[in-house]
Design a protein around this ligand. Structure first.
Ligand code: NAD
Length: 336
């Protein structure tokens, strides 16, 4: 199939090209790579392509989907697990199929989450800079033992469960969890489900691993912070808009939030995956967050391991092949 691959960086091209070569020759795809993102204003680039392949910061609302359909596109292949950036109802109405990569090394994201927790707790990001400048003072670098702390995990699917395993069984943390659909495995590894307010009230560390939906939008806002323990650590490697980023500033200034680790950010579409190091960044909330010593932000890199890139590329192209060949594909995203 002719596939217009958007938002591509050299690493995307490398892994997708390699995966394409592993398909049976008759099923190999004609991949055309575009650096541009795919949004309502850039759909013209996809004209004539039956399939577009997009990533997390592409944005397909109804208008974009209608334009793509007019240009002959019927298949949207996501290189991500999350699908909050595509209007699924509009796609269904237009007869377009959306397919995703539901699982690709959940370890990648879980391990990055734990990395953020360790770095924030032990101030590794600050120690790195200090030592490079010949400053070996320890003032301000004191952490706490993770062993014995209470971790609250919101969303215990593939990633949340691994975080629970690493922190519960590896570090000896007490694991509390909240999920609309509790996962029996969590209890077999010593975790305990509680309601969301009890989780907020008891957790020393809160890690978000649920999807972004209308219900979870701004799950952590100024009101939610009030229920939390003073000095709580909040880590979000899921989707930016789970957190009201502006509300975090007040919580950080008052000390209610002791640590904030983000791999995702509400306004990341305008920033992440690009180099703005020679430019002025206009997002004042983001810039203010960066001024706090106890905030650590990475640019949506939790997924970015070699293993995950291989898996994303292989599953994406297999999804396209399965749909092109009329085979059943379990990775089709539906509105229900
Ligand atoms: P998953 O579908 O396996 O698990 C999500 C869990 O969240 C499920 O158990 C579900 O029941 C639960 N959930 C849904 N709505 C909820 C709600 N309102 N409250 C509480 N729990 C709710 O997904 P996963 O593979 O574990 O991924 C989790 C999230 O991580 C994804 O939604 C995605 O947004 C994010 N993600 C981020 C990166 C990254 O690079 N930062 C990479 C992959 C995935």
């Amino acid at each position: 199939m002719r596939v217009a691959v958007f938002n591509t960086k050299p690493y995307d091209e490398k892994f997708l090209t390699a995966a394409n070569q592993t398909l049976p020759p008759a099923e190999a795809h004609e991949l055309e790579f575009f650096e541009s993102n795919l949004r309502p204003g850039t759909t013209a680039l996809a004209a004539g392509f039956p399939c577009v392949c997009i990533f997390v910061n592409d944005y397909l609302n109804r208008q974009a989907l209608e334009r793509l359909k007019q240009g002959g596109t019927t298949l949207i292949a996501l290189r991500s697990a999350g699908f909050n950036h595509v209007d699924l109802a509009a796609a269904a109405e237009l007869g377009m199929t959306v397919v995703r990569v539901p699982a690709y090394s959940p370890y990648a994201v879980a391990e990055h989450t734990v990395g953020l927790i360790l770095a924030l707790n032990r101030h590794i990001h600050r120690a790195f800079n200090r030592v490079r400048e010949g400053n070996f003072a320890l003032n301000g670098l004191m952490g706490f033992d993770l062993h014995g702390t209470t971790v609250g995990i919101v969303g215990t699917g593939k990633i949340g469960l691994i975080v629970a395993q690493i922190l519960g069984q590896g570090f000896g943390c007490h694991i509390l969890a909240y999920d609309l659909y509790p996962n029996p495995e969590l209890e077999t590894i010593g975790g305990r489900y509680v309601d969301i307010l009890s989780l907020a009230a008891q957790a020393d560390i809160i890690a978000l691993h649920c999807p972004l939906t209308p219900e979870t939008h701004h799950l952590i806002d100024a009101k939610a912070i009030e229920y939390m323990k003073p000095g709580v650590m909040i880590v979000n490697t899921s989707r930016g808009a789970l957190i009201d980023a502006a509300a975090m500033i007040g919580g950080l200034k008052s000390g209610k939030i002791g640590y904030l680790g983000l791999d995702v950010y509400e306004g990341e579409e305008e920033l992440f995956f690009e180099d703005f190091s020679n430019e002025v960044i206009h997002d004042d909330v983001f810039q203010r967050l960066l001024t706090f010593p106890n905030v650590l932000i990475t640019g949506h890199q939790a997924f970015f391991t070699r293993n995950a890139m291989v898996s994303i590329a292989e599953t994406t192209l297999q999804n396209i092949s399965d749909l092109e060949q009329g085979r059943a594909c379990a990775n089709v995203v539906t509105t229900s």
